[in-house]
Ligand binder design. Structure first.
Ligand code: ADP
Ligand code: ZN
Ligand code: ZN
Length: 745
């Protein structure tokens, strides 16, 4: 008998190949089976989507190629995973194969069946000593600190209340917890609840997915999960998934998750598409963080997919449970569950979004009752949030980069043995180098942007394309020897603080120590961890850095946080800029006063030319709900997200004309499409940085009042976009992309 499996393979949306390709097979192949199939001259990895017994119309036996091989050592990807992938592909306007294959570890494409089988054996051996369940009893004879790591803290009243309400919540949960309120401990307990719950016979062991924006910034989190759960569920029960891992490590983690040996997956946005057959809980920590939105390929939001995924998993579990109840020979109830099957809570997969400054999308969903909002306003240990001190730059000496009162306040802290953080969102020494005689500026030859002056290695570096050169001795325009930096970056602040604090002594009599942490200082592997460690050990008194120093770190002795120059964000054209600034400043403030002993005197300093700006009034009160309400009112009036829905059509081309021609052509040819009257298409515009690495970039904003209308229109538009690539006026178009729910406009 012959079967006609349809197989999805990696094809980008605009390659024009249909959703799946038909092959021939002598065996029936379960949907979700991984196979290798011929494609052109190559053999590629694919996922079986369907396996009909009839050939598709118009295809005869002779025309279809045979499936080359089956990765039969691997269980098929389940229906829930396939539904997630299908949804992501449709929603974000990409091909099924592109999303499906991008969700698999790259090494899976290269390894032969034999190599895979060997991997498996090794894994099986490594985990044989630590079966998934039941959990080993806690050993209470060990040393107490070890016990704490495993058992966790005695929960605060807020944490207890939150966990109780979490167990009851039937909808996605928005955990609105102040910085330092102990959210991580809540995640750990909720994870423990899920992993302890017994699994009915024949089902995959329960699993938990914990997502974080950037794993490297929170090494403590991984340590806490390992300490807590590896003693209970075995080494290998906690795995990571992020782009910093080697291909072999990624394959290992993926296999462990897919086969159920990993009970906890900690990962960045890519982990949302991992195969997790026993998934019962998804945590999205710092859910407001823009890094959850992918900026290339399928531009998906991992947070939004997490919410969708939890719903799909829950629905599938409900169907399974109903089938189980209806079957004449119900399988035995899981051990230890003495309740009647009728009263047991229905199995489900829960999703928890956590943040001290939730995204306005999630906040709005909670306002509407689609999410359950659980608040933890108090900090563990009762520490206060820092007091806001606004420095009006009008009243500071002309040209001062750091206000004298701020420097004096820092000196006081250092003398008391406390630490300070200084935040500036610009790395390098100065954003531009300029000649005041002829007006020359350090442009990048390949981008419409300036190259940044890095004084440490005396280079001019483009932060967009990477183009780097030695700083010229004299002005390339007129030969003037006096070219000078304009504006300031982290290197310069570090240098100035070093000078300003030169006479300040630490309590041990040593000189004050200033360090810098940004993408430049942490480029080498391991250097980030090293720098964090010196900070934790108190060897650094003042840490200067970009937003990476504001995120998630649990520094204990910080009592002063300063933001040196945030004004640009107050008036940026991007309507999300205030939301981002508020989140950043709240997060940064959250680094201060984490140790209650120091918290009374902790302060957040903000240097600004606009101290009357309303954003600062709500920031002063640490009043995120008031800020969110104001912003949401403005967004509602303007029909902006979350009230309206947006997508961007982006075009990259050799010239702006070609990019514009493509966009305008696509707009003209959209007029007859269904749902068109519900859509607003804005004029095509160049991007703010319109040229990067010699590629011209332009975009067109697409808006609709309803998500459904936007979705239907985009689907209908897709074939038109493919056609428009060959418009004669659009010659020189390199690529286009649709970005649904874009974060930056
Ligand atoms: P968040 O993630 O909300 O910023 P964390 O979970 O990191 O906060 O908690 C802040 C600090 O408080 C951590 O050092 C953590 O170990 C500690 N902590 C959390 N819960 C408790 C508790 N119930 N009792 C004592 N300390 C706790
Ligand atoms: Zn010059
Ligand atoms: Zn450049």
């Amino acid at each position: 008998m012959t079967f006609w499996p349809s197989v999805v393979v990696a094809t980008p949306a605009h390659s024009g190949i249909g959703a799946s390709l038909s092959y021939r097979s002598e065996f029936s192949l379960a949907p979700g089976t991984l196979v290798r199939v011929p494609l052109g001259a190559r053999e590629v990895l694919g996922v079986v989507w369907d396996c009909p017994t009839e050939p598709p119309e118009g295809l005869s036996e002779g025309q279809a190629k045979a499936v080359a091989s089956v990765l039969d050592g691997l269980p098929p990807l389940n229906a829930r995973w396939r539904q997630l992938v299908k949804f992501a592909a449709q929603y974000y306007q990409r091909s099924l194969g592109e999303v499906a294959l991008a969700a698999l570890p790259p090494q899976l494409r290269e390894l032969s069946n034999e190599q895979l089988a060997r991997r498996f054996k090794r894994r099986a051996k490594a985990t044989a000593t630590a079966p998934g369940a039941p959990p080993a009893p806690l050993d209470d004879t060990g040393d107490p600190s070890d016990g704490l790591a495993r058992e966790g803290h005695t929960l605060s009243a807020e944490q207890l209340e939150t966990l109780a309400r979490l167990r009851e919540a039937a909808q996605p949960v928005l955990l609105f917890g102040a910085t330092g309120s102990g959210k991580t401990e809540v995640y750990l307990r909720a994870t423990r609840d899920v992993l302890d719950s017994a699994t009915p016979a024949g089902q995959a062991p329960t699993q938990v997915l914990v997502m974080v924006p950037e794993i490297n910034l929170t090494p403590q989190l991984e340590a806490r999960f390992r300490e807590r759960f590896e003693p209970l569920f075995g080494t290998g029960s906690v795995v990571c998934m992020h782009s910093g891992m080697t291909p072999a490590q990624r394959l290992g983690s993926w296999l462990a998750a897919h086969t159920g040996t990993a009970r906890i997956v900690l990962g960045t946005r890519m982990a949302v598409l991992a195969s997790l057959p026993g998934l019962r809980l998804i945590v999205v920590d710092e859910e407001h963080d823009p890094s959850y939105k992918s900026q290339e390929g399928a531009r998906y939001s991992a947070r939004d997919l997490a919410v969708y995924r939890a719903k799909v998993e829950t629905e599938a579990l409900a169907v399974e449970a109903a089938l189980l109840r209806a079957s004449p020979h119900p399988s035995p109830l899981p051990e230890g569950d003495g309740t009647e099957s009728g009263s047991a809570p229905p199995p489900r997969c829960q999703v928890v979004l956590g943040s001290a400054t939730p995204s306005l999308e999630s906040w709005h969903a909670a306002d509407q009752g689609r999410y359950v909002r659980l608040a933890m306003p108090g900090r563990i240990g009762g520490g206060a949030l820092p007091r806001l001190r606004l420095v009006d730059m009008h009243h500071q000496p002309k040209g001062a980069v750091l206000a004298p009162p701020l420097v004096a306040a820092m000196a006081e802290r250092i003398a008391r043995g406390e630490q300070c953080l200084v935040l500036l969102n610009r790395r390098g020494y100065a954003p531009v180098l300029a000649c005041h005689d002829c007006g020359w500026k350090s442009d990048c030859a390949h981008c419409s942007a300036y190259r940044v002056f890095h004084k440490l290695d005396r280079t001019l570096r483009c932060h967009h394309c990477g183009f780097t050169e030695r700083v010229p001795r004299a002005c390339p325009g007129c030969g003037n020897l006096d070219i000078s930096p304009v504006g300031r970056g982290t290197e310069q602040i570090e240098e100035q603080l070093g000078a300003l604090l030169a006479d300040v002594k630490r309590p041990d009599g040593g000189p004050a120590r200033v360090a810098r942490m940004d993408a430049d200082s942490t480029r080498l592997k391991g250097s980030l961890e090293q720098q964090l460690a010196t900070m934790h050990r108190g060897e650094v008194d003042v840490l200067v850095g970009t937003q990476m120093i504001a995120k998630g770190h649990d520094f204990r002795r910080i009592t002063l946080v300063a933001s040196v120059n945030a004004d640009a964000a107050l008036f940026a054209s991007d309507f999300r800029a205030p939301e981002r600034l508020f989140a950043l400043l709240m997060q940064a403030a959250g680094r201060a006063g984490r140790d209650a002993a120091h918290s009374a005197a902790s302060e957040m300093w903000v240097q600004t030319w606009y101290p009357q700006h309303p954003l600062f009034a709500t920031l002063k009160r640490h009043d995120y709900p008031a800020f969110a309400a104001e912003q949401l009112t403005e967004r509602e009036q303007a029909g902006m997200p979350p009230y309206g829905h947006q997508a961007l059509l982006r075009a990259d081309a050799r010239s702006q004309q070609a990019a514009h021609a493509f966009l305008n052509g696509a707009a003209e040819r959209s007029l007859a499409l269904p749902w068109r009257e519900e859509i607003t298409l804005y004029p095509a515009v160049p991007l703010t940085i319109q040229r990067v690495a010699n590629v011209e970039r332009a975009q067109m904003l697409v808006e609709a009042a309803s998500r459904a209308a936007l979705q239907r229109f985009l689907s209908a538009w897709q074939p038109v976009l493919l056609d428009c690539r060959s418009l004669p006026e659009a010659r020189g178009l390199i690529r286009f992309a649709v970005d649904v729910d874009p974060l930056t406009i």
